[in-house]
Design a protein around this ligand. Structure first.
Ligand code: UD1
Length: 423
């Protein structure tokens, strides 16, 4: 029940290293059960979602230990094919274990996953694809019970390029006989990272980053080492923090190619951005102008996860910006909190119209989801006065030491522990 108390209008200066990608490390940790051996995964961020994943791995009978940013999983002792309802509810990505457990044991039993409340978030595409590979799936009573005597490679066409469904198919297909081809696959960099891990462990897989991915089932190696790619949404979030507060920072270990859809928009807003192979430098005087309409799209389009952080920035820009959210129907939940800080936002279905105001002011606000919570911090950094952000556990699902990193760059964020007496 901690809160952040944020003093606004402190410019940010200096350098920081970008953490590893949450959306890579979660499916790769799930993949670590495939080889019944040892996976050494480095550049792992310290996040509550990662800790939830480690709890699932241990529950399945694996050992999973962290030493600094390296997590070592030994899945040789895995002795369970089911995940308890309590663990499943901790995060949405737990659904990725379905394909992995099925591939490893030929059966799996999970309940419906939890995670950010961004709308309905069905998993029909995951289940349909696993059925196409030969799994028999029973969805009675809130549980998903899968059995597959044998999985067989197939051509699978996704109606939406779902990131999670693409990952689940890739994992299940490692144990299928023959070749699986995913058409209309998601093209996100995290899919390419999963491919890199699967290749390192001996799978013949190609095409990640394009719309067609080909996976051939086959034996896997006993041990594998893999380094997680940098987190593009965290990179964008720190860029948005500088845009909001003003200042000049360098993000080391960033991958400029992964964020180009957002970099263009931030330049249009008035930020000066230079890029090198593995770093991004951003400079802003805190005076911003409105940008052309932002439409969220699957990669390489503008990421839905960057929508709230950018909205926070545009609240205090000169002019009117329009956002169109095409991926999740419930992704404007932070807008009403931004309005408590003086933002002028109107929402009509999937469209949000943000009329820039000269300056936001501090207020008591509540994080409603991961990226929306980060957006409130970003807005607070540029606002006049103090802002108190509660429910920060949402932010800690995806940002490793958000307050500490920002404070090292010059922000004034105090973390307050709120004790609620037991009744
Ligand atoms: C992943 C990311 C999340 C990001 C999202 C979109 C992880 C851990 N999370 O989530 O941060 O915001 O991609 O880039 O990687 N859909 C269906 N049926 C399905 C699956 C998805 O209708 O079976 C729909 C969803 O409701 C949504 C769209 O497809 O409208 C895209 O969702 P998807 O790409 O699957 O997102 P996630 O994998 O859940």
């Amino acid at each position: 029940m901690d809160t952040f108390l944020i003093g606004g209008r402190n410019r940010l200066f200096g350098k920081t290293k970008v953490q590893g990608a949450k959306n890579s490390v979660l499916p790769i940790l799930a993949a670590s059960i495939l080889n019944a051996g040892v996976s050494e995964i480095s550049n792992c961020p310290d996040l509550t979602d990662v800790n939830s994943t480690l709890r699932i791995l241990r529950h399945l009978g694996c050992t999973a230990e962290r030493s600094e940013d390296t997590i070592t999983v030994d899945s040789s002792g895995m002795n369970r094919d089911s995940i308890s309802d309590r663990l499943m509810r901790e995060m949405r990505s737990s659904v990725i274990f379905l394909g992995a457990i099925l591939a490893r044991t030929g059966s799996a039993c999970i309940s419906y996953p939890g995670g950010c409340n961004l709308g309905a978030r069905p998993i029909d595409l995951h289940l349909r694809a696993l059925r196409e590979l030969g799994a028999d799936i029973d969805e009675a009573g809130g549980s998903i019970v899968c059995k597959a005597e044998k999985l067989e490679g197939k051509d699978i066409t996704l109606s939406i390029p779902s990131v999670g469904a693409t990952e689940n198919i890739m994992l299940a297909a490692t144990a299928a006989k023959g070749t699986t081809r995913i058409h209309n696959a998601a093209r996100e960099p995290e899919i390419a990272d999963l491919q890199a891990y699967l290749r390192a462990v001996g799978t013949r897989v190609s095409g990640a980053g394009t719309s067609t991915i080909e996976i051939e089932g086959g034996p896997l190696l006993d041990s594998v080492k893999h380094r997680i790619i940098p987190d593009r949404i965290v990179t964008i979030s720190y860029m948005a923090a500088v845009a909001s507060a003003g200042g000049e920072i360098t993000l080391e270990g960033a991958e400029p190619e992964h964020i180009s859809a957002v970099t263009d928009i931030m330049r249009e807003a008035g930020c000066r951005i230079t890029e090198e192979k593995d770093r991004v430098h951003i400079c802003s005087d805190g005076r911003l102008r409105a940008v052309r309409p932002i439409r969220t799209m699957p990669y390489p389009g503008f990421p839905t996860d960057a929508q709230s952080p950018l909205m926070a920035v545009m609240c205090a820009a000169d002019g009117t910006s329009v956002f169109v959210e095409n991926i999740f129907e419930n992704r404007y939940r932070c807008a009403s909190e931004l309005m408590r800080m003086g933002a002028d936002i109107r929402i009509e279905g999937r469209v949000a119209v943000v009329c820039g105001v000269p300056r936001l002011h501090g207020a008591k606000v509540t994080a409603t989801d991961l990226r929306g919570g980060a957006a409130l911090v970003i807005a607070a950094l540029g606002a006049e006065g103090n802002t108190e952000v509660s429910e920060i556990q949402h932010i800690e699902r995806g940002y490793d030491g958000f307050d500490k990193v920002l404070n090292r760059l010059g922000a004034k964020i105090e973390r307050r522990r709120i004790f609620i007496p037991e009744e």
